[in-house]
Every structure is written in C-alpha cells, then in structure tokens.
Design a protein around this ligand. Sequence first.
Ligand code: NAG
Ligand code: NAG
Ligand code: NAG
Ligand code: NAG
Ligand code: ZN
Length: 305
Amino acid sequence: MNVLWFSLLAILCKFASSADWCYQSQVSCSNHSCIGPDDWASVAAECGNAKQSPINIVTNKTVFDSHLTPVQFTGYQETITTLIKNNGHTVQVNLPDTATISGAKLESSYKAQQLHLHWGKNGGPGSEHTIDGEKYPMELHIVHIKEKYNSVDEAIVDPSGVAVLGFFYEESQTANKKYDGIINSLKNITHPGTNATLADVSLDMLILPHNELERYFRYQGSLTTPGCSEAVVWTIFEKAIPLSKEQLSAFSNLMFSDGTAMVNTYRPIQLRSGRQVSYSRSYVFCVSTALLVSSVLTSFYVLTV
Ligand SMILES: *[C@@H]1O[C@H](CO)[C@@H](O)[C@H](O)[C@H]1NC(C)=O
Ligand SMILES: *[C@@H]1O[C@H](CO)[C@@H](O)[C@H](O)[C@H]1NC(C)=O
Ligand SMILES: *[C@@H]1O[C@H](CO)[C@@H](O)[C@H](O)[C@H]1NC(C)=O
Ligand SMILES: *[C@@H]1O[C@H](CO)[C@@H](O)[C@H](O)[C@H]1NC(C)=O
Ligand SMILES: [Zn+2]
C-alpha cells in the first residue's frame, strides 16, 4: 500500500512541473512544488551536460601551471553603497562593473556583476566545491563577465564569457567585523523578493589580503544554478575566509519562498568527466624544496660535527 502511494507521489513530483527549480533541501514530495537538482535538466537541458559545476577538487590530481600568476584586482578597494537582496535562492549583492580582475591566465579583463553565497544549516557543511571531499561551511561567488559584454546573459554564449571567483569560509573563534554590514542586513531581507541597502562596503573587505590569494585552483565549468551554462572559468582560492559560528548561522534565518528556512543552498557535486584542474602552486616543487633544504642542513650538520 505504502509503496503504491509512494510511486504515485513520485510520478506527481516528476510531472507537476510548471514549478521553479530549487535545492534538495526544498524538495518535499508532499508538496510537489519545485524541481530539485536531480531534475534540473528538465528546467535547462545544459544542466545535464558533462562540464558542470561544482566539482570535488582532488588536490593530488591537480596539475601545476606556472602561468597561473596572482589575480590582479582593480577597484576592489572602492567603498560602495549597493543593494543586497533575497532572491528566493540565495542572498545576492549587486556590484559596480568598475571592479575588475585580470592576469591569472584569464583571456581578458573581466568586470564584476554580482556576488552571492552558498551555505549549509546553522554553520554546518554548505560549500558547493569541495577539496579532497571536504565541504566548507559556506562559499562566496563573485561573478564577473568579459569587458565586452553587458550582462551575464550576453556572456554565457562564450565558453569563457564568465569568470567566477570562489572563496571558502571557515569557522573562527571570533567574529569577522568586516562582515557586520552584510550580516546585519540579513534580518531585513528574510523574505524572498525583499532588499536592503548595503552601505560602506568594499570587495577587499569581504575577501582576504591579496598576498594570501596566490594559491588557487582553475578549471572550466558552469553556472551552478539553471541554466547551468558551461561558460565559466572557475578560480577557487585555497585559503578560507574566517567567520564565527554565529555569523555563519545568521544566513539560516533567511527564508525560501515556501516559508521554510533557506538552508543547504548548494548544488551536489558534479562529475569531473576528464576535465583538468590546474593549480597555481606545485606540490612537487614544495616537497622537493623541503627535501633539498633538509638534506643541505643534514650535510652541514655532518660536516660541522
Ligand atoms: C591521492 O590521494 C588519495 C586520497 O587521499 C589517495 O588514495 C591516493 O593514493 C593519492 N594518489 C597519489 C598519486 O598520491
Ligand atoms: C533594517 O530596516 C530598518 C527598518 O526599515 C532600518 O531602520 C534599518 O536601518 C535596516 N537595517 C539594515 C542593516 O539594513
Ligand atoms: C527593493 O524593494 C522595494 C520594496 O521594498 C522595491 O520597490 C524595489 O523594486 C526593490 N528593488 C529591487 C532591485 O529589487
Ligand atoms: C507548499 O508550497 C506552497 C507554495 O510554495 C506553500 O504555500 C505551502 O505552504 C506549502 N505547503 C507545505 C505543506 O509545505
Ligand atoms: Zn554560486
């Protein structure tokens, strides 16, 4: 009896799809009102393709690329007043296109459009990308497009039209004061469609000092929400931004459009499908340098004794 009932619900879930896409945390078959990640290809066919994001980065399979020089940031230090919004799937901040990135083996200069976040539940695992299987509590995406385009929609026709910078967060003992503006504004945008003014913030306040961003991973992938366009040059930084447990948990007070807590806002890991992940730093180099230094020290010790 239960099996029959379950099958009926499953069928309803599959076909009752005038609905919008949603994260797994919102999929509830008793209320077949949205399309979870397993079925996103029915919303946008590209979601079923082979170069999707996010992926798990297996560090010992990454390939050192000496052309992955530090990202050059322009306009990231500018203090801006902008809009922060609950768009029903995440919290998004509009960015001025005077903030740009270049260098780092990017084809051209890319200008900022918006940033948004992916998180877990009350500070639990919530990043989209994982490193050797580890899921961080949150992930920041700063979305840029090539200078010549006017919008993300225009840029996605180009396989390298979009450049997203991904930053992980890690739990710290003390609060990160630079995030006070964003965190305080969350209580004013708990409902989807609502917005607030975010004043006196700069992109540099939200990321790490540039000299701590030299280690990063690079691969070719997609947007992590439908349409899943395979137009993204991903740059994922190794060093995580610190936020306290309370700060991370504050995001769980936001709400989805069904009135439930906006939690676990990440797409599941996608197959790497033979794609190469490059790394700006060489493991081999570091290990061999360490060995060299230790052997020099040992010989020195042997000679002097
Ligand atoms: C890479 O790491 C995995 C998991 O940590 C390990 O099982 C594997 O042996 C490693 N491979 C190499 C080539 O080091
Ligand atoms: C939140 O909204 C209240 C009332 O509209 C306003 O006074 C306050 O400045 C807002 N706070 C933030 C951080 O946006
Ligand atoms: C922000 O919210 C106000 C209502 O509070 C609305 O009139 C306005 O259109 C919203 N702006 C954006 C860009 O969503
Ligand atoms: C089902 O979804 C609708 C619209 O999203 C919402 O209004 C309703 O409260 C939900 N019902 C349950 C039982 O979650
Ligand atoms: Zn994202």
